[in-house]
Design a protein around this ligand. Structure first.
Ligand SMILES: *[C@@H]1O[C@H](CO)[C@@H](O)[C@H](O)[C@H]1NC(C)=O
Ligand SMILES: *[C@@H]1O[C@H](CO)[C@@H](O)[C@H](O)[C@H]1NC(C)=O
Ligand SMILES: *[C@@H]1O[C@H](CO)[C@@H](O)[C@H](O)[C@H]1NC(C)=O
Ligand SMILES: *[C@@H]1O[C@H](CO)[C@@H](O)[C@H](O)[C@H]1NC(C)=O
Ligand SMILES: *[C@@H]1O[C@H](CO)[C@@H](O)[C@H](O)[C@H]1NC(C)=O
Ligand SMILES: *[C@@H]1O[C@H](CO)[C@@H](O)[C@H](O)[C@H]1NC(C)=O
Ligand SMILES: *[C@@H]1O[C@H](CO)[C@@H](O)[C@H](O)[C@H]1NC(C)=O
Length: 588
């Protein structure tokens, strides 16, 4: 019965989104990043950051590109992977390519959708003022509509599409993606407690964002974008409740990467207690149900989340749970009371502030010389994402802080990280592609690169074929140095989850009436290109081959020894495989 309901939900959700974009938005040339915004609201540069960071999600689309509300905004993209799901007699087309390659990955997508929806819930007037709400709506629906397809019945959730050996060895555009692509589900016999719960949390927060209810965490400034659609909110809630019930009730509890080892640990998960907590909490927020709240509180205790000091990312949800507990205490104080819990804002302030203070006071991660929040381990293979995530939590929480001093400290720390991201760093790099002439131009993206040569990703072709506007790359090394090398996935790969907090940050700045982003003060092409070589997981220290794939090929051609070429190709393939497997493993 519920299966039928869910199937109908998928059909209904294909209908057009509510609003048409007016005026239409396309990213302006990067050269416009040096122009100060005219006085007035909304700030033009922050509006561009918002518009571009959402546009990135259009560039990552899989399936029939014209299927969304406003069609395809990315002229160089083509329909692709139109057989996804055929191996299961299902339609799993659509959704997004997860990062620089062509897998579709559900577990990190849960974090991405949660983050996008959270921004939409709280900084709505920013999206509305910048005329980005239709694109926000289109982006949210593009993700949720696919997640609904990936959840065809209560316990079945497809956690990955693509990713077999042929896929792993492919580097090229969207026309020749190896087929067929396999779909990998979790189900009752192969449980994925974490994936079910993470996806439930995403659906629940989306339902709240579409419900039209106010989410007052700090006065009138925090309000949802004009997305209200009760029908869509209801569909999202059905999937959230079904997934959560499955996650809670299916034994044994297990991580999806244990249950489905064929996914090759692309996004190997470390646990499910945090996912269960955030799912129950998001459901409490979406429904006002004290039962869900009681569950969330029980999980928070059972899995000892209190006092956890971890980065916030797709595999680590406790930090967001702290902040969401505090938000609920303010926006829906009745829920905890109805659950018979004496928890109130004071208690969640203590929990959240202990967490945030440990970052501000350098007890969790440290600041690089240039000022970037750096977590040894987590930041080693993409440094900007953990810093942006921390900044996001601080901006969200500051209005709820127990004192104005604390609020000021969080706002100031967040501003420092965002300024670093946008140019106030030793390289004078603006780490959003296409935002400014100092932005990187070589994101590790098979879609945008335009090359097919796995042995020379860096220089073939010399110039990236397409500008991937709005994409935040992995970021600099702990030395603050950044090499814009397309083959260095540590520094230049892009991903759905990396970008997911940026639209909210930009919308916040618009609501806040902030001055122009830092990059406006940078002269065109004033960035630094470091000497020496990178030394990271993509290009290991001392590896003479690493910087020299090109040289290797030249030797191969000159010497004409087929063996050398073959050996090089093999070596490169190993490197590619290692990158795919290891790239987003979250050290804890
Ligand atoms: C609300 O969402 C539903 C489901 O996606 C859609 O069919 C409908 O057109 C939307 N309503 C409006 C007014 O946009
Ligand atoms: C889309 O197709 C066109 C025409 O075949 C091609 O030039 C372009 O590179 C393709 N885009 C991608 C991302 O592969
Ligand atoms: C359940 O999931 C496992 C792991 O993905 C898969 O091998 C199996 O075929 C699925 N079972 C059913 C009945 O679909
Ligand atoms: C929103 O919350 C703030 C802080 O708790 C409170 O002062 C304000 O009155 C609330 N506003 C509304 C509209 O509920
Ligand atoms: C939850 O409570 C809030 C505030 O009382 C209300 O605005 C909202 O509509 C309620 N949501 C549901 C799903 O009942
Ligand atoms: C708030 O919670 C704290 C402990 O978490 C408790 O000591 C205090 O009495 C509570 N206050 C109210 C008004 O419920
Ligand atoms: C909010 O805007 C004010 C100026 O209007 C600025 O001083 C402050 O730094 C901004 N807050 C953040 C966190 O950027």
């Amino acid at each position: 019965m519920l299966t039928t309901t869910l199937a109908l939900a998928v059909l209904a959700s294909r209908a057009a989104a509510q609003a048409s974009p007016s005026p239409t938005y396309s990213p302006p040339p990067a050269s416009s990043g040096t122009t100060a915004s005219p006085a007035g609201s909304p700030n033009a540069q922050w509006s561009t950051v918002l518009g571009n960071t959402l546009w990135f999600y259009d560039a990552q689309r899989s399936g029939r590109l014209g299927a969304g509300a406003y069609g395809n905004r990315v002229p160089w993209r083509n329909d692709s992977s139109l057989q996804d799901g055929a191996d299961w007699n299902l339609d799993l087309t659509g959704g997004w390519y997860d990062a620089g390659d062509y897998i579709k990955a559900t577990f990190p997508l849960g974090y991405t959708m949660f983050s996008l929806a959270w921004g939409a819930l709280s900084y709505g007037p920013g999206y509305d003022a910048a005329h980005q709400t239709p694109y926000l709506d289109g982006t949210l629906r593009w993700g949720y509509d696919w997640l609904m397809k990936a959840h065809p019945s209560d316990d079945v959730l497809f956690v990955q599409v693509g990713g077999n050996d042929a896929d792993l060895a492919y580097w090229g555009g969207d026309q020749n993606i190896p087929q067929p692509r396999q779909g990998y589900p979790v189900n009752a016999s192969h449980p994925g407690t974490d994936a079910w719960a993470s996806t439930a949390a995403a659906f629940a927060l989306g339902s709240l964002a579409y419900s039209g209810s106010q989410w007052n965490t700090s006065g009138s400034a925090h309000a949802p974008a004009s997305l209200a659609n009760g029908t869509y909110a209801g569909l999202l809630l059905q999937h959230a409740e079904s997934l959560y019930k499955t996650a809670k009730g299916t034994t044994p509890l297990a991580t999806y990467s244990q249950s489905v080892p064929q996914i090759k640990a692309a996004y190997s998960s470390s646990g499910y207690g945090d996912d269960l907590t955030i799912a129950a909490l998001a459901l409490a927020a979406a429904t006002n149900s004290s039962g869900y709240y009681q569950d969330a509180y029980n999980y928070y205790q059972q899995y000892a989340l209190s006092g956890k000091r971890q980065v916030w990312n797709w595999d680590s949800r406790s930090p967001a749970a702290f902040v969401l507990f505090a938000e609920i205490a303010n926006a829906r104080p009745g829920i905890a009371q109805a659950a018979g819990l004496s928890t109130n804002l004071t208690g969640w302030q203590t929990e959240t502030e202990a967490y945030l203070d440990s970052i501000v006071n350098g007890k969790q991660g440290y600041l690089t010389k240039g000022g970037l929040l750096y977590y040894p381990g987590d930041s080693d293979e993409a440094s900007l994402n953990p810093a942006v995530a921390a900044a996001t939590l601080m901006l969200r929480y500051a209005p709820l802080a127990s004192s104005s001093d604390k609020a000021a400290a969080y706002n100031s720390f967040a501003k420092g990280q965002i300024d670093y991201l946008l140019g106030n760093n030793p390289m004078s790099r603006v780490y959003i592609v296409g935002q400014h002439p100092n932005s990187p131009e070589n994101p590790h993206s098979a879609l945008a690169a335009g090359g097919t040569n796995l042995n020379n990703i860096r220089n073939d072709p010399p110039t990236e074929a397409y500008l991937l506007y709005g994409a935040m790359p992995g970021g600099p090394l702990k030395s603050d140095k950044f090499w814009d090398y397309r083959d260095d996935w540590v520094q230049t790969e892009i991903a759905l989850d990396y970008n997911s907090n940026l639209p909210g940050i930009a919308a916040f700045q618009i609501v806040n009436g902030s001055a122009d982003p830092y990059y406006v003060s940078l002269a065109a092409n004033s960035f630094t290109t470091p000497g020496g070589k990178p030394c990271d997981a993509a290009l290991p220290c001392g590896s003479s081959l690493s910087g020299g794939a090109k040289a290797g090929i030249a030797i191969g051609v000159i010497v004409g020894v087929a063996l050398i070429v073959a050996a090089l190709a093999f070596w490169q393939r190993e490197r590619i495989r290692r990158w795919r497997r290891g790239q987003r493993f979250s050290a804890k």
